[in-house]
Ligand binder design. Structure first.
Ligand code: PEP
Length: 249
């Protein structure tokens, strides 16, 4: 089954109104393959979501960087899935390694969040990935399988899930995984989905790579058979994001 190439831009906790407007202007001017070929989703901080959505070209979409694990209410500082739906924000990033590490989000908590966001009608970019220590001790697959299982335990319909494999040692470090390293984990993850969820889900779920992707390394990574796109951090704030969007073609 053909999987449409997916390119997400995670702007993290960056930007002012002026900077955000400049980035959106550049994106709006860019000549990129059509929506039938590549799905583009940018993820600004919460406070800029509606501004970006109102200014952004209609063939690109927006994602929140997080949402609350259950229905909203007395949870000061949180943003609920219902609120995102109310604002017509179609996507949410869940389980980013920065949140797992800095805010102690566990596999189970991430699984619950993914399930709740999906139940409210959001589409989810679910992030998984091992630390350098885990890779060096040979436990990469055990770690990412456990992270994926915590999601699979709670999710029955994978149609609106994109799985982002983001090795922690590659995020924001400039140390990108080699195409072979990325392909190896993506292939194993697809096999895991096949064996534990089903052949259809394994064939259709997009598994994207994140971690120091840039304009120079994206083509070779995109050429790997199980790399279905990217989640891009630092480079999504720069003009080279356009080259990354074009990497599929
Ligand atoms: C990310 O934050 O998801 C990411 C992949 O960051 P970077 O591209 O900067 O490594």
């Amino acid at each position: 089954m053909a999987r449409k190439f997916f390119v997400g831009g995670n702007w993290k906790c960056n930007g002012t109104t002026e900077e955000v407007k400049k980035i959106v202007t550049k994106l709006n001017e860019a000549e990129v393959p059509s929506e039938d070929v590549v799905e583009v989703v940018v993820s600004p901080p919460f406070v800029f979501l509606t501004l970006v959505k109102s200014l952004l070209r209609s063939d690109f979409h927006v994602a929140a960087q997080n949402c609350w694990v259950r229905k909203g209410g007395a949870f000061t500082g949180e943003v609920s899935a219902e609120m995102l739906v109310n604002l017509n924000i179609p996507w949410v990033v869940i389980g980013h390694s920065e949140r797992r590490a800095l805010l102690n989000e566990s596999n189970e908590f991430v699984g619950d969040k993914v399930a709740y966001a999906l139940s409210q009608g959001l589409k989810v970019i679910a992030c998984i990935g091992e630390t350098l220590e885990q890779r060096e001790s040979g436990s990469t697959m055990t770690v990412v399988a456990a992270q994926t299982k915590a999601i699979a335990d709670k999710v029955t319909n994978w149609e609106n899930v994109v799985l982002a494999y983001e090795p922690v040692w590659a995020i924001g470090t400039g140390k990108v995984a080699t195409p072979a390293q990325a392909q190896e984990v993506h292939c194993e993850l697809r096999k895991w989905l096949h064996d534990n969820v089903g052949a259809g889900v394994a064939a259709s779920t997009r598994i994207i790579y994140g971690g120091s992707v840039n304009g120079a390394n994206c083509k070779e990574l995109a050429a790997q058979p199980d790399v279905d796109g990217f989640l891009v951090g630092g480079a999504s704030l720069k003009p080279e994001f356009i080259d990354i969007i074009k990497a599929a073609t």
